[in-house]
Design a protein around this ligand. Sequence first.
Ligand code: COA
Length: 213
Amino acid sequence: MKQLLIIGAGGYGGVVYDIAKLNGYENIAFLDDSPKDKVVGKISEFEKFKDDAEFVLAIGDNTLRERFYNMLTENGAKVISLAHPSAIVAESAFVDNGTVIMAGAIINPNAKVGRAVIVNTCCSIDHDSVVEDFTHISVGARICGTVHVGSRTFVGAGATIINNISVCANCMIGAGAVVVKNISAPDTYVGTPAGRKLKTVISDMNSKPIHHK
Ligand SMILES: CC(C)(COP(=O)(O)OP(=O)(O)OC[C@H]1O[C@@H](n2cnc3c(N)ncnc32)[C@H](O)[C@@H]1OP(=O)(O)O)[C@@H](O)C(=O)NCCC(=O)NCCS
């Protein structure tokens, strides 16, 4: 087995390290711009290693992860996907290159997960859903059946997107949000129907996004 180089030596890198070990990789190191334990070079130095190593991405920021994924693959480096052995991926589901699936995650039949997606701990992506490239489905988030999540969208911890909903690219869905209506404008959306009328929630989610500079 070739050496495995993890791009990013932060907390998420440590989680990916454990998943790699459980998948039988023995020679594992990191590329990161800060010197840390097991860091063997800067990310920009990947070409020095690319003939003898495979790469996996452990970068939380969706845009940055996309940039590094493109840099690696366009320059002939082999980027791999990894899944924790406790994750459940249906036989008919499709998971594209560079995606990491963490402990306890579930991807159900006919779901399609794009490139370099983070399928985080104990989240679920249900039947026939499509999760596009460079998204992050956070810890414990629930993507119900036949949902579409656009590229680079971040779905926060414990958020739920109910069935048949479409969320466009480049959105931030806050932790614990319950998305009950299609989202077609990139922005940050928070809110839950708990204790409120459905109508109020829908109007909250569409009219009171948090604006970022
Ligand atoms: C939505 C989010 C991105 C907003 O972050 P932010 O722009 O820094 O917002 P702030 O913390 O300044 O909060 C702004 C307001 O929104 C509220 N708010 C923030 N996050 C919220 C959420 N998830 N649900 C409901 N309200 C929220 C705050 O209470 C605050 O309200 P106030 O103006 O009445 O005081 C962030 O809170 C969040 O949920 N991030 C997801 C983190 C996550 O899931 N990580 C998982 C990694 S695996």
